[in-house]
Ligand binder design. Structure first.
Ligand SMILES: C[C@@](CO)(OP(=O)(O)O)[C@H](O)COP(=O)(O)OP(=O)(O)OC[C@H]1O[C@@H](n2ccc(N)nc2=O)[C@H](O)[C@@H]1O
Ligand SMILES: Nc1ncnc2c1ncn2[C@@H]1O[C@H](COP(=O)(O)OP(=O)(O)O)[C@@H](O)[C@H]1O
Length: 278
């Protein structure tokens, strides 16, 4: 039996940095969504844990124990498997590829061996984004990533375009370059987010506080944002996570697909279109 689990791209629809802990980790207030573009994890029973990496974005992904797939598998003691990571997402790109792979690995091993998932606190050590990726649905994320509140109602299936200019932006460098660390959080109560117009209106009043420091490191992010914003039907263009991937939101998946067509062809840019998952 082979189990297949999807590892969707994570999108920080908003990302407010509201403080810093004594250990240097930053406090966040982020509306997180997942989309239909992502990696796949395949798992089959085997006498010992092993990993193969395939797919169009496999190049450069670590094959050793530092791969988040193997690190996650290490939390499921007694559940060995032959794992394949089919890589479609660019790495170190602000869309949580490695974190989502880790969460999908846990789900796959849990199904394969009928074993319980580790507790959210146990997975935080894999990366601050892993608890929200394990939730795998629209959430408000707080703390350094360990406070996860699923949204009351699922997000609508809005069209989304992801664009990465082909530049790795290391997350620690972006946090380090942040000028102000105690920014305002989002409003305590979120409005209903059930259709394109209210989602776009709400998000337009929110921020990604990592955008300015990421743009200082990688000015190409500004070009990507301008190109997305200029596409037909784009309601919002913003950077995700610590960058450099930016996203555009559209009323329908078809509008996002047309926008992606218009954005393709720029040398070195990775462009993908899909929809927000519920
Ligand atoms: C910024 C975010 C927003 O969702 O996304 P990405 O850009 O990674 O996708 C995440 O908080 C990243 O999560 P993740 O990439 O799992 O972070 P980790 O491996 O735990 O941390 C990498 C480094 O980022 C910084 N870091 C991370 C999370 C956080 N709340 N405060 C931090 O200061 C620290 O310097 C840490 O050493
Ligand atoms: N399965 C994986 N996929 C991608 N990158 C991985 C994986 N496992 C470990 N890494 C390492 O983790 C780093 C962060 O990758 P990723 O999670 O994709 O980025 P981000 O945190 O910016 O969203 C990369 O530099 C990469 O070397």
């Amino acid at each position: 039996m082979t189990v297949r689990e999807f590892a969707p791209a994570k999108i920080n629809l908003s990302l407010h940095v509201t403080g810093r802990r004594a250990d240097g980790y930053h406090l966040l207030d982020s509306l997180v969504a997942f989309c239909s573009v992502g990696d796949w994890i395949l798992a089959g029973k085997a006498p010992e844990m092993r990993l193969a990496v395939a797919g169009p974005r496999a190049e450069g992904v670590p094959l050793g124990p530092e791969n988040l797939v193997l690190r996650a598998a290490g939390l499921m003691a007694g559940a060995p498997a032959a794992l394949t990571l089919e890589k479609h997402l660019p790495a170190a790109a602000g869309i949580g590829g490695g974190s989502s792979d880790a969460a999908a690995t846990l789900r796959a091993l849990s199904r394969l061996h009928d074993a319980p998932l580790p507790a959210p606190e146990a997975v935080l050590g894999l990366g601050a984004d892993v608890p929200v990726c394990l939730a795998g649905r629209g959430c408000r994320m707080g703390g350094i990533g360990e406070r996860i509140a699923p949204l009351e109602a699922p997000l609508p299936p809005l069209g989304v375009v992801l664009v990465n200019p082909g530049i790795d932006v290391p997350t620690p460098a972006v946090f380090k370059a942040l000028a102000v660390r105690d920014n305002a959080p989002m409003p305590e109560a979120l409005p209903p987010l059930r259709a394109f117009d209210p989602v776009v209106a709400f998000l337009a009043a929110q921020r990604n506080d990592l955008e300015a420091p990421a743009r200082a490191i990688a000015p190409a992010i500004g070009e990507v944002l301008a190109a997305i914003a200029a596409t037909k039907g784009c309601g919002l263009a913003r950077m995700s996570g610590s960058g450099a991937t930016c996203f555009g939101l559209y009323e329908t998946e078809a509008a996002a697909a047309s926008a992606a067509e218009a954005l393709r062809g720029r040398s070195g840019w990775w462009v993908a279109a899909g929809r927000i998952l519920p």
